[in-house]
Design a protein around this ligand. Structure first.
Ligand SMILES: [Zn+2]
Length: 349
């Protein structure tokens, strides 16, 4: 437990150093989007990432320290790992937001950031904020993929360290294509014991994309998108776009954050679409830059960017919670979506 705190601190410090260094040496190029690629040269070691067991210890410790927090098991993964829901419910009548991480097991920094945000919620800085918003968090929905405990081989995965991390669940299937049929226990746990069990208004689904996407000629630190199925209620989509506006204004203005519009499909098997239609939840996909492990070099990001990407996650969750709590999200202008360019993929020679 102590170990994790140190680890998170290390990430934060790493981010701070990079920020400082960039400002001193290169004021024009300081977005995390222009941080190091992997390119076969950067260190990418999965041993520095929080393991599933460490995450469970951390959540239990936070639960014992935080009076407002509740920790619940919502089901088990294919390999029998308990899946967790973290709850802050001060008043059932409050608007409620759900944060979901790591449907894809190799997209871990969003979980690292979310764990830091959970600690942040217990510090008292957000005490008044939580009076007017309920927060639900499902961290690491795919722990089997995150731990590389799967029924297929990962020999061609690139990262070094004590484990490989993969997108897929233990059966080699993509959980974020299972939101209609709900075949897998991880998806069932989310739908039966979270989405159906609470009156949820907003959701941010946190992912990582490849490392080479750019907007306006600069590599992005991430990309965002609202539901794009024609079956989504226009009001639900509007509120999704407002949630996106909150996140965009917070992140893109930092100097180190640079966001594009994600180029996503309309299939309702994808949570962003399916959950908006089935439950009327306003969803936002946030794809952070670069994955923790992959068989394809262009998907992985050098770990020097970890501090930034964790901070990007914390800032995203914090901004969303505050905007819902004070109601400012309801006045958010969504016209930026009309001019935000869809990201493109940088081609390397
Ligand atoms: Zn993903």
């Amino acid at each position: 437990m102590k170990k994790i705190s140190k680890k998170l601190l290390m990430f934060s410090l790493a981010g701070a150093f990079v920020v400082g260094g960039s400002i001193l040496t290169s004021p024009a190029v300081h977005a995390v989007g222009n941080g190091p690629n992997y390119n076969g040269n950067e260190t990418v070691n999965t041993s520095i990432l929080t393991t599933y067991d460490e995450m469970v210890d951390y959540l239990k410790k936070q639960d014992s320290k935080q009076s407002q927090m509740e920790l619940e098991v919502i089901g088990q993964s294919m390999k029998g790992r308990d899946l967790y829901l973290v709850k802050y419910i001060s008043n059932p009548e409050n608007p409620t937001i759900l944060f979901l991480t790591q449907q894809h097991g190799n997209e871990q920094l969003t979980t690292e950031g979310t764990l830091e945000f959970i600690k942040h919620l217990g510090t008292g800085k957000t005490k008044g904020v939580l009076d007017n918003v309920n927060v639900l968090i499902v961290p690491m929905l795919n722990p089997d993929g995150a731990m590389g405990d799967v029924d297929f081989d990962l020999d061609d995965y690139i990262a070094s360290g004590d484990r490989h991390l993969t997108r897929y669940n233990a059966a080699g299937e993509d959980l974020n294509r299972d939101h209609v049929n709900k075949v897998f226990p991880e998806t069932q746990a989310l739908h039966n014991n979270v989405l159906s069990a609470y009156d949820i208004d907003y959701m941010i689904d946190l992912h990582h994309q490849g490392a080479n996407s750019e907007r306006d000629g600069e590599l992005v630190s991430g990309s965002i998108l609202y539901p794009t199925t024609e079956n989504a209620d226009p009001e639900v989509v509007h509120k999704s776009k407002q949630l996106g506006a909150v996140v965009f204004d917070k992140i893109d203005s930092t100097g180190w954050g640079h966001l594009g519009k994600y180029n996503g499909g309309s299939a309702e098997t994808i949570s962003r679409n399916g959950i908006s239609v089935e439950y009327g939840i306003s969803t936002l996909l946030f794809e952070m830059r670069g994955m923790s492990d992959h068989s394809n070099e262009s998907a992985i990001l050098g770990q020097k960017s970890n501090g930034y990407l964790i901070k990007q996650t914390v800032n995203t969750l914090d901004a969303a919670v505050r905007a819902i709590s004070d109601g400012s999200i309801n006045n958010k202008d969504v016209s930026f979506w009309d001019t935000l360019p869809t990201q493109s993929t940088r081609t390397t020679e």
